[in-house]
Design a protein around this ligand. Sequence first.
Ligand code: ZN
Length: 132
Amino acid sequence: MAFIPEEVIQEIRQQTDIVDVISQYVSLSKSGSNYIGSCPFHEDRNPSFSVHTEKQIFKCFSCNRGGNVFGFLQEIEGIGFVEAVKQVAEFSHVPLDSRYFEGQNQRQDRYQELYRIHQEANDFYHYYLTKT
Ligand code: ZN
């Protein structure tokens, strides 16, 4: 797992208007201070999809899907949280430190190292129990 600090995620959210991101996928029309449109996640005859500008969340009253800007991208693109954070950061031109993603390999390496040690111990005991 890559690790992106919470404050960076908050910053990305603050730099992003969820309406701009969702407008790329859904045709939204203004309704009061919010926006409504046809839900992209199910066959929507009446626009039951709404975007709350103040809370920066979306909600569909028919299929009950809802969430923040990252959740929307995860759902519509079929991607994971980290990938969604990356895409939104790119969209809003928030630079992401590549260190957040290097952690991914280091942690995997450590896991592999542990696995290897475990395997060796296994082999040793197997040998010890069967050959002596
Ligand atoms: Zn829906």
